[in-house]
Ligand binder design. Sequence first.
Ligand code: NAD
Ligand code: G6P
Ligand code: MN
Length: 442
Amino acid sequence: MKQEFKIVICGGGSTYTPGIVKDLLQEKALRIKELWLYDIDKERQDKVALIVREVIKSICPTLAFHVSTVPGEALLDADFIMAQMRVGKLEMRVRDEKIALKHGCIGQETCGAGGMAYGMRTIYPMVELIDLCEKYATKDYWIVNYSNPAAIVAKATQKLRPHARILNICDMPVEIEARMAEILGVSIEDLETDYFGLNHYGWFTKVRCKGEDVTEQLKNHVSEHGYLSKASYDDALVRDPDWLHTFQNAGKIMRLFPDYLPNTYWQYYLLGDDILSDSDIENTRGLQVIQNREKKVLKAAWQLEQGHEINLEQFYVGIHGKFIVSVVKALAYDTRSRQLVIVPNQGIIKNLPEDAMVEVPAYLTSRGPEPIRIGSIPSFYKGLMEQQNACEELLVEAAIEGSYSKALQAFTMNRTIPSANIAKEILDEMIEANKEYWPELK
Ligand code: NAD
Ligand code: G6P
Ligand code: MN
């Protein structure tokens, strides 16, 4: 088995890159031959690379580090490609949010109209990345993909490039596990969870702490306090008011549907009216991210350009970085660690379609994920997931066939859009706003 790897971060200009590099270098068990950043936006990536160079200097100054916008160079003989592209960047995230909100619907990055618009933008750039990896990377490359909307990327790439070595992941379930560990006052490594769902739409059915079932204890806590405890307030994500509110909202979902512990993203599906009344078109989440996470990165790059020193502590990305690094480590060294990842259903959830892409626990081997079976799920959960799965399926088919009518069906099917009239209005406006990015729909 290979021991040393060429790792490429695709979407090198991402706000997460410095933090992810920090986690990569701190994981001493992962031996890196070369680290590359690859992006299509040279100017942005070069800025982020300035910070990354400082991170490298502080942890592993001898590392071979390269930055490129040329796929044949960056991806050549790559072993692991950590993908985190945001097609259309934060500017388009904000446009999605505003268009949806203007029509009285939830404006969100991965759910509802915003998620569908972002999906339409991302399908073909991700297919292109796969084709580039097939051409240039090592034959047993792995793309470990964070690029959102991960659910739609997973579905589309499974349909268009079924043999591609891509594993789609999301940090939300592990982020929730971190909150659970804080509530219980234990280490996240002590927890083992059972979980089923689509990406962002899933439920924890059981939580064990060092083998002991702590599900009821957690449910009681979450009903009362959401995913929050005193210890949570030390976490950078929880200190963000928007996320604080999200972790609180989980309590309401838990009280309404006490069977399982919810993924926080159900708030957009189940508490749409609350979310809408909390939304402000002049202060969308995308705008907040531009003002905070993106500004922090651009400011640090500017300070370095001016020859100033920067504080590297600010680039800690918490669970987000640790999770993708642990997935890469498992695939690299066949650690068989148990992780929640997105895989083709193929009977895992017995009463959901075979070709749904589901998020479930899997043991990660060097050959890929070996998921555990879930069995049948109750009608309420099945119905919610079938509707979302049908919506995502129609959206992907619309992109592949260039079909306006399927896109309209997808928008109408989505639970956050109340009527076909509104679906059409939003879709038509999205088509106009996304001319540069979407496949043509006829
Ligand atoms: P960002 O806008 O700061 O960075 C994204 C980078 O991607 C930009 O530098 C952009 O130029 C680049 N890019 C765009 N199209 C590209 C292409 N075709 N090839 C290569 N690079 C391309 O975004 P961010 O806020 O840092 O987020 C990065 C990504 O991570 C987003 O897709 C976001 O949704 C995703 N994300 C996913 C999870 C998850 O749970 N799956 C969690 C957090 C973030
Ligand atoms: C979580 C989700 C991601 C999503 C991110 C948005 O991490 O799992 O899929 O991209 O939240 O966070 P932001 O801070 O950009 O709103
Ligand atoms: Mn996610």
